[in-house]
Design a protein around this ligand. Structure first.
Ligand code: GLN
Length: 287
């Protein structure tokens, strides 16, 4: 297709969709990129479909479509944002791009917690999606929301997201629960989507994940179980009585994580939940 034909919005989208498909990429990336570049809603797009598209915008669009097909850079790194639980969050190469499975984890937490006075920590907060979402959803309660991360770069992103939504979250730099232990902080609820992929599985991941999501957010030793081990080990020093732990897990890790929790908290009541695809994805422990 020549530049004559792609000079309309509709033409540009058609060119991009078929170009993406030819390179085994998702055609819907075209619309996401175009809406972002034009700063349009979907309705704006429909209204402007037959209009011509400004040259600089078209050039930007083509460049991003080509970059995506060539490098498989995630579209979220090109737009700098991803939606989570109805809000848009800043993301970059320093944080894991939020996944829909994690929205389900947040949903489990919200359903399980009926207290009005809550202290909660999100461990390995990354972009801050869990901490910020819970802080916002619980705005009408008496809530102390804490979040930790080992990566300073990630904390910068999380703080930006908290500021964007005016969410009150106290951020701590450090490994899992260590900063809370150091400061003698106690919490009622621990939530975490820690790194849980075994290093041996790296080869089986898509290029988009393997080459662009931060390693620190993806991989863990001990067959992917090391983060759970450490968090559960530290949890005894941080959790209040009748505390709760919520983890996102790999779909084959349920039994192993139950065992780890039972070793440390023999009297806890542990439940596994499946994600929308029917895979074991969340663990809830009530102490
Ligand atoms: N808690 C963040 C998220 O759920 C980051 C998780 C991670 O880096 N493993 O997106």
């Amino acid at each position: 297709m020549n530049n004559m034909q792609i000079s309309t919005v509709h033409g540009a989208l058609e060119w991009a969709s078929s170009f993406l498909q030819k390179h085994n990429c998702e055609p819907k990336v075209a619309e996401i990129l175009l809406l972002h570049i034009m700063d349009w809603s979907k309705t704006d797009l429909i209204i402007h479909l037959r209009d011509s598209i400004a040259e600089d915008k078209l050039a930007d669009f083509q460049q991003k479509v080509e970059q995506h097909t060539e490098t498989k850079i995630p579209v979220q790194h090109l737009t700098g944002v991803e939606a989570f639980y109805g809000r848009m969050f800043h993301v970059n190469k320093h944080v894991l791009i939020p996944r829909p499975e994690t929205e389900e984890l947040v949903q489990q937490v919200i359903e399980a917690v009926d207290k009005t006075n809550i202290t909660c920590v999100d461990i390995g907060t990354g972009s801050g999606v869990i901490a910020v979402t819970l802080a916002k959803e619980w705005e009408n309660r008496q809530i102390d929301m804490l979040a930790t991360d080992l990566s300073d770069d990630a904390l910068q992103v999380a703080k930006r997201n908290a500021a964007k939504y005016g969410a009150k979250v106290d951020f701590y730099h450090g490994s899992f629960l260590e900063p809370l232990i150091d400061q003698g902080k106690k919490v009622d609820i621990i939530v975490s989507n820690p790194p849980y992929i075994a290093y041996e599985e790296a080869e089986s991941l898509s290029d988009t994940v393997k080459n662009f999501d931060p390693e620190l957010a993806l991989f863990a030793d001990q067959n992917g179980l090391a983060a759970y081990q450490q968090i559960i080990h530290q949890a005894g020093r941080v959790l209040n009585k009748q505390g709760m732990i919520f983890f996102e897990i790999g779909h084959q890790q349920a039994e192993a994580v139950i065992q780890l929790i039972k070793q440390q908290f023999p009297n806890s009541e542990v439940t596994i939940f499946q994600d929308i695809n029917g895979k074991d994805r969340m663990v809830r422990a009530m102490l």
